[in-house]
Design a protein around this ligand. Structure first.
Ligand SMILES: Nc1nc2c(c(=O)[nH]1)N[C@H]1C(S)=C(S)[C@@H](COP(=O)(O)OP(=O)(O)OC[C@H]3O[C@@H](n4cnc5c(=O)[nH]c(N)nc54)[C@H](O)[C@@H]3O)O[C@H]1N2
Ligand SMILES: Nc1nc2c(c(=O)[nH]1)N[C@H]1C(S)=C(S)[C@@H](COP(=O)(O)OP(=O)(O)OC[C@H]3O[C@@H](n4cnc5c(=O)[nH]c(N)nc54)[C@H](O)[C@@H]3O)O[C@H]1N2
Ligand code: SF4
Ligand SMILES: [Mo]
Length: 675
């Protein structure tokens, strides 16, 4: 059956089309991708049914096997468990891969009906630093520009982003722009010479964790050289002096040694900010996933404000990771959010939602974040955890601790596929995946796509929204959850956005794809801050102290998606990406007597993990490990990572762990023939 939908993988949000024969193609009508796509979604049809969960499964005792149960029995178990505990003993961990309608319903169920803010999403590991920084700088979240801005920009800065593999269609659009003009410059700042770096005109190989220093130094140079756009600064911003005062600590001679880069590179970036026509900076997890994540974001946004690089002159563009992290933000699924970009801490927002939903008592304090919830489980204060569309047994930091918590808590796993978290579950709920249900998703540039249904739900699986709705109704909340379709939910949700920044109140499913907000979110340079001005922020440098011979960086594989429940089932996509490996600088390897394809043990104070060595231009003293390999490929690298977080965004420091390396086997014996 023919259908159009948004790609279930990255946040570029490409429009896809499935033809009558079941083949997936790009949707030429889609405004975000115009028919383009990458390799990952092509293999979806092969795995619609592989490794799926067909029926609800239950076991009281985690040492016993699961038994199949009916949905009615599953709802009874859930109802009993939820009602026998206090709302603060419950926790819900959801995902940027759910449809907007689904995130809306679970959020309403938890915050509006159960009256707890104990709900977080995997976006905590992903976008919260960018969200916090956008709010601090502009008063609101949401990328200020759109993909069209790529088509007439002349400088692109990729910092902490490997867009060539992580957001391929966006990166291809940048390269297409380059083919059109020889005036264009692409700069990449990363400790690893990634595919993105290789395709750039300038690669700055920075020491991990030091971006705030680099960017403050650029601000310093802009000021020294007289390159600040004071007209813009005076008219539209506040806080410049304080930000500059702090940046004065980092003249290039000091910054270059902290970041281990050439002074000249700092000047070049300053000059590009000052003298290009239109500059877009793209960033992702190399900035966000850090103890210094919010400051890294702010230091970059400061440069845009200092040079007036907004709208026709440029944009600080945070690329979202997941296909619907943006939709999750719109419905407010994090610990502090409410629909329509509202916040539980704001009385007016709470009052609005209480009267809209017809409930009382939405809690004013944000709930604990997911890493804090793990500690609360271990302390016995949270006793029930329900994960939806995420695989924390592989993707969370400090996995030793996480696994202990997952073993201890009453765990409900709601997933389309059997994943590693299922091994710890008491109750497993089979979810229908994209294509088996309908609803909307919002991509990185605020384009909303309606995803059509094109096959029947697998086995007894149900759409996520239906599972929450049916449970809530059995818990006596029929009037609050009257939905008979995802459209009913969309109609309710969209009414919460009326008059808000993300106003979609006039849109219907039939109008989609469409983008919310103007092409430039702050077109008139009026910002939703108390003063109406954008804010410079002091971007303070902090870095964790880690012991070990190497700094371990983690990140993405080109052809696989996170914990591989889908992509990992296609041999075509696994080729070249297994066995699990690390990238290492050959000079570092030589010093330790390590050769390519040897097996090394990575040892941190938190655990040990074995990996094959591949050589690459990684900064000396650093190694890079792709994360996400499930148990069938060996121990996950997240066993080694700390669960410390950025103090503001509470996003974990997933890209900075000290490790030692021990060679455990020679390549010849270990892997030859298997690759
Ligand atoms: N193929 C594929 N694409 C994906 C995904 C996937 O699983 N597979 N996942 C999606 C999701 S959810 C996300 S969030 C995005 C992530 O997209 P990206 O953030 O682009 O990908 P990562 O590989 O996590 O990290 C990007 C780069 O940050 C660098 N880095 C590490 N530490 C630092 C630092 O201190 N400073 C700087 N400047 N750079 C640093 C790493 O070396 C890495 O090259 O990808 C999305 N797209
Ligand atoms: N070391 C390290 N760790 C990281 C990162 C890193 O860079 N380094 N990045 C972090 C980031 S940015 C992210 S976003 C996370 C991602 O981490 P996870 O969210 O844990 O990764 P996924 O594999 O995408 O998990 C999605 C799950 O949803 C299931 N699923 C798919 N469709 C549906 C559906 O329609 N309904 C339901 N209920 N389930 C469905 C899939 O089978 C899968 O089990 O990892 C984080 N962890
Ligand atoms: S670029 Fe991202 S959204 Fe587009 S097809 Fe590839 S994975 Fe899907
Ligand atoms: Mo992500």
């Amino acid at each position: 059956m023919e259908a159009t939908f948004q790609c279930p993988y990255c946040g570029v949000g490409c429009g896809l089309y499935i033809d009558d024969s079941g083949k997936i193609k790009g949707d030429f009508e889609h405004p975000a991708s115009k028919g383009d796509l990458c390799k990952k979604p092509l293999y979806l049809p092969k795995i619609y049914e592989q490794g799926r969960i067909a029926k609800p499964l239950f076991r009281e005792d985690k040492n016993k096997p699961f038994r199949e149960i009916s949905w009615e029995e599953a709802y009874t178990i859930l109802k009993e468990r939820i009602t026998e505990l206090s709302s603060e003993e419950l926790y819900f961990y959801v995902s940027g891969q759910l449809l907007t309608e689904e995130s809306y319903v679970i959020n309403k169920f938890v915050k509006g009906f159960l009256k707890t803010n104990n709900i977080d999403a995997n976006s905590r590991l992903c976008m919260t630093s960018a969200v916090s920084a956008y709010k601090l700088a502009f008063g609101s979240d949401g990328p200020p520009c759109t993909y069209e801005d790529i088509d007439d920009a002349d400088v692109f800065l990729f910092i902490g982003s490997n867009a060539s593999i992580a957001h391929p269609v966006l990166f291809k659009r940048v390269l297409k722009r380059r083919r059109k003009t020889d005036q264009m410059v692409v700069v990449t700042i990363d400790p690893v010479e990634t595919e993105t770096a290789k395709k750039s005109d300038l690669f700055i190989q920075i020491r991990a964790g030091t971006d705030t220093v680099f960017l403050n130094s650029v601000l310093y140079v802009l000021h020294e050289e007289g390159w600040i756009d004071f007209e813009f600064v005076d008219k539209y911003t506040e806080g410049f002096e304080e930000a500059l005062e702090y940046a004065r600590k980092f003249p290039p001679e000091i910054a270059s040694s902290i970041c281990d880069v050439k002074q000249e590179d700092i000047y070049i970036v300053a000059k590009l900010f000052a003298q290009s026509r239109k500059l877009i900076s793209f960033w992702c997890q190399g900035l966000n996933q850090s103890v210094n994540g919010v400051a890294k974001n702010l230091a970059l946004i400061n440069l845009h404000l200092a040079t007036g690089r907004l709208n026709s002159k440029g944009c600080p563009f945070s690329i979202t990771g997941q296909p619907n992290a943006m939709g999750g933000r719109e419905v407010g699924y994090l610990t502090n959010g409410l629909p329509g970009y509202r916040d539980v801490r704001n009385e007016e927002d709470r009052k609005f939602m209480e009267s809209f939903w017809g409930v009382e008592g939405i809690k004013p304090q944000p709930g604990p974040t997911v890493t804090e919830a793990i500690d609360l489980i271990l302390e016995g204060r949270i006793k029930f955890l329900w994960t939806v569309c995420t695989n924390p047994a592989v993707s969370m930091p400090e996995l030793g601790k996480v696994r202990e918590a997952l073993s201890k808590v009453f765990l409900v796993v709601q997933d389309a596929y059997w994943n590693d978290t299922c091994e710890f579950a008491n109750l497993i709920l089979p979810a229908s995946q994209l294509g088996e249900k309908e609803g909307v998703m919002t991509g990185s540039d605020r384009t909303i796509t309606f995803c059509q249904k094109f096959r029947e739900p697998y086995g007894e699986s149900k759409p996520d929204w239906l599972i929450f709705t049916e449970l809530a109704r059995r818990m006596g909340a029929k009037e609050l959850f009257p939905y008979g379709s995802s459209k009913d939910i969309f109609e309710e949700f969209k009414a919460t956005t009326e008059g808000r920044l993300c106003d979609i109140s006039k849109l219907t499913y039939e109008d989609l794809p469409a983008r919310w907000g103007k092409r430039w979110l702050y077109e008139d340079l009026k910002f939703p801050t108390p003063s109406g001005r954008a804010r410079f922020n002091v971007a303070k440098f902090e870095i964790a102290q880690e012991r070990g011979t190497f700094i371990l960086l983690t990140g993405r594989l080109k052809n696989n998606w996170h914990t591989m429940t889908k992509t990992g089932k296609s041999p075509e996509l696994l080729r070249g990406e297994i066995p699990p490996y690390i990238l290492m600088n050959p000079l570092d390897a030589q010093e330790l007597g390590i050769e390519e394809w040897d097996v090394v043990r990575l040892v941190s104070k938190r655990g040990e993990v074995d990996r094959v060595v591949r050589f690459a231009n990684v900064k000396r003293g650093h190694i890079f490990a792709p994360f996400g390999y499930p148990k069938e490929f060996g121990q996950p690298v997240n066993l080694l990572l700390p669960d410390r977080t950025d103090p503001v965004s509470k996003e974990p420091d997933l890209k900075y762990a000290g490790v030692d390396l021990i060679k455990v086997a020679c390549g010849e014996k270990a892997w030859k023939g298997e690759l």
